[in-house]
Design a protein around this ligand. Structure first.
Ligand code: BES
Ligand code: MN
Length: 449
C-alpha cells in the first residue's frame, strides 16, 4: 500500500477517534449480559444502540435473533465488483464479578494513564468500534462492500449463532471475515490469531449419603461427599500438573514461546506458586487441553454444622486443543469420572455449555493483505502469529457456513487488558492502531480482489 494511503487514512482515523471514544463510553454504560439472571432488557438496549450506530454510519441495520440474544446485522454495498468483508464483534459482556475488586464502577467508563476502564471497554465493544471507525474513516468511498455482524451472546457460548448465520446466510456471505475479538502480542506489537481452543463446561455432582448426618456419630467409616468430590477433582491432573483425562487431543507445537516471568506476571501468580504441566508455555496455553474448577456447591464455611456432607457439586471447565471436538471431550470427561468414582460414590456429569475450537488458514493473498495492514498500522512491526487459549465459538460456525472465505482474527486486547476480570481496560493508543489497521485492511482486500 502507498504511504499516501496510510497517511490519508491515519488522518481520517485521527479525526474519527473522539467520536469513537464517546460512542464506546455510551456502550460501556449499558450492561448487556447474556447470562441467565441478568436483566435481558439491557441486552435489548445494547443491541438497539448498536443498530443506531450502524444506521448513522450509512448501513442498513437490523436487530435479529434466532431464538437467543439479539444480534445486529448491518450492510453497505461497495463499488460494483468489489469484494465483501464481514466484520464481526460481540456487544454482550461478561458479568462484572465482585464489584469490590474494581477501582471504579464497572459500567462507568473512566480513563487512567492512557487506558479506558470498564467492563466491555475492550472485550468486545472496542472491537465493534474499530469496525465502525474504519467504515467512518472511508466516508463515502468505501473500497469494499461491508456486512457487520454484532453478536449478543458470545460470552454465553454463542448457542444460536449457527442458526442465525443459517437464517441470514445470503446477507452474511463474504470473501473475507474479520473477527475483532482477540488480542495483540504486546503494546506496540500486533498479532494475527491462527487457532483458538474449544471449551466444554460441565457440572459434576457427588453423592454419598441420603442426607447430612452427625459427623461425630458417623464419621470414620462413612465418607462425606465433599471429601469424595475433592478426591475426584484431584484425579483430573497428573503429578506434573498435565490434564490426566484420557482421550483429549493436543494440536501442534508453538513456533514462539513466552518467558515464564511474563506468564506469571500477567496472570498475577503468587510468588512461590508453581506453574503446572510440561512443555513450552505457549503449547500449554494455546495448543493443549487445560482443566480448571470454576465453582463448587457445598455448605459455606460460616455456619456449617458438624455434619457429614451428603452431596456436593463442582463446575469443571475444559479448554480443548484446536481441532478437538467438544462432544468427544465431554465423553472423555464422563468416562474419566466414571472410572475414578471415589469410594463408590454416586457421580453424575451434566453438560453446562460448550464452544468449538478452530484452526485458521493464514496462507493466500487475502491473509497477506491483512498482515500488510497490521504491519503498516504498527509502523512496520510485523504481526506475531499466535494461538489463543480462549475461545470464540462463532468462528467454527463461520468456517462451516462459508468455507471459501478468508478469516482474519484480530482484536483490540493487549496483555494488560484484564478481560473477564476486575478493571478491564483498553489501551487507547493501541485502539487507534487497530482502527487504522482495519481501515487499511479494507483497501488492501479491495486490491487483492
Ligand atoms: N474475547 C474473548 C476471547 C479471547 C480470550 C480473546 C483471550 C483474547 C484473549 C471472548 O469474548 C471470550 O472470552 N470467549 C469466551 C467463550 C466462551 C464463553 C464459550 C471464553 O473464551 O471464555
Ligand atoms: Mn470477546
Amino acid at each position: 500500500m502507498t504511504d499516501d494511503t496510510v497517511a490519508r487514512l491515519r488522518t481520517a482515523v485521527g479525526r474519527e477517534l473522539p467520536r469513537a471514544r464517546a460512542d464506546l463510553e455510551r456502550l460501556v454504560r449499558i450492561p448487556g449480559i447474556a447470562f441467565p439472571g441478568f436483566d435481558q432488557a439491557e441486552l435489548e438496549r445494547s443491541a438497539e444502540a448498536v443498530a443506531e450506530l450502524l444506521t448513522a454510519a450509512g448501513l442498513t441495520a437490523e436487530v435479529v435473533r434466532a431464538g437467543g440474544a439479539p444480534a445486529v446485522i448491518g450492510h453497505r454495498p461497495g463499488p460494483p465488483g468489489a469484494p465483501t468483508v464481514l466484520l464481526y464483534a460481540h456487544h454482550d459482556v461478561q458479568p462484572a464479578g465482585d464489584e469490590a475488586l474494581w477501582d471504579t464502577p464497572p459500567f462507568e467508563p473512566v480513563e487512567r494513564d492512557g487506558r479506558l476502564y470498564g467492563r466491555g471497554a475492550a472485550d468486545d465493544k472496542a472491537g465493534l468500534m474499530a469496525h465502525l471507525t474504519a467504515i467512518r474513516a472511508h466516508g463515502d468511498d468505501l473500497p469494499v462492500g461491508v456486512v457487520v455482524l454484532v453478536e449478543g451472546e458470545e460470552e454465553y457460548g454463542s448457542d444460536s449463532l449457527g442458526a442465525l448465520i443459517e437464517q441470514h446466510r445470503d446477507r452474511l456471505r463474504a470473501d473475507v471475515i474479520v473477527i475483532a475479538d482477540s488480542t495483540n502480542w504486546d503494546v506496540g506489537v500486533p498479532a494475527l490469531t491462527t487457532s483458538l481452543r474449544g471449551i466444554v463446561n460441565c457440572v459434576v455432582e457427588v453423592r454419598t449419603l441420603q442426607r447430612p448426618v452427625h459427623s461425630g456419630i458417623h464419621g470414620g467409616p462413612v465418607p462425606d461427599a465433599l471429601t469424595a468430590l475433592a478426591r475426584l477433582l484431584a484425579t483430573l491432573h497428573d503429578a506434573a500438573g498435565d490434564v490426566a483425562v484420557a482421550g483429549l487431543g493436543t494440536e501442534r507445537t508453538s513456533t514462539v514461546d513466552l518467558p515464564e516471568a511474563r506468564v506469571r506476571a500477567e496472570a498475577g501468580v503468587l510468588a512461590g506458586v508453581e506453574l503446572i504441566g510440561s512443555g513450552a508455555l505457549t503449547d500449554r496455553l494455546w495448543y493443549r487441553p487445560a482443566l480448571c474448577v470454576l465453582g463448587v456447591d457445598a455448605p459455606p464455611v460460616d455456619g456449617s454444622p458438624n455434619a457429614l456432607v451428603a452431596a456436593a457439586r463442582a463446575k469443571l471447565s475444559i479448554r480443548l486443543a484446536p481441532g478437538d471436538d467438544p462432544e468427544k471431550a465431554l465423553t472423555a470427561v464422563r468416562e474419566h469420572v466414571e472410572a475414578h468414582r471415589p469410594w463408590g460414590a454416586e457421580v453424575t456429569v451434566e453438560p453446562a455449555g460448550h464452544g468449538a475450537s478452530c484452526v485458521i488458514d493464514t496462507s493466500g493473498p487475502r491473509a497477506a493483505a491483512v498482515r500488510a495492514a497490521l504491519r503498516a498500522a504498527w509502523d512496520g512491526v510485523d504481526p506475531v502469529e499466535i494461538g489463543l487459549g480462549g475461545s470464540i465459538p462463532g468462528i467454527a460456525a463461520f468456517q462451516d457456513a462459508f468455507p471459501a472465505a478468508t478469516i482474519a482474527v484480530t482484536g483490540v486486547e493487549d496483555p494488560h487488558t484484564g478481560a473477564h476480570g476486575p478493571n478491564e481496560s483498553l489501551h487507547l493508543g493501541e485502539f487507534a492502531r487497530v482502527c487504522l489497521a482495519e481501515a487499511l485492511l479494507l483497501v488492501e482486500v479491495a486490491r487483492a480482489g
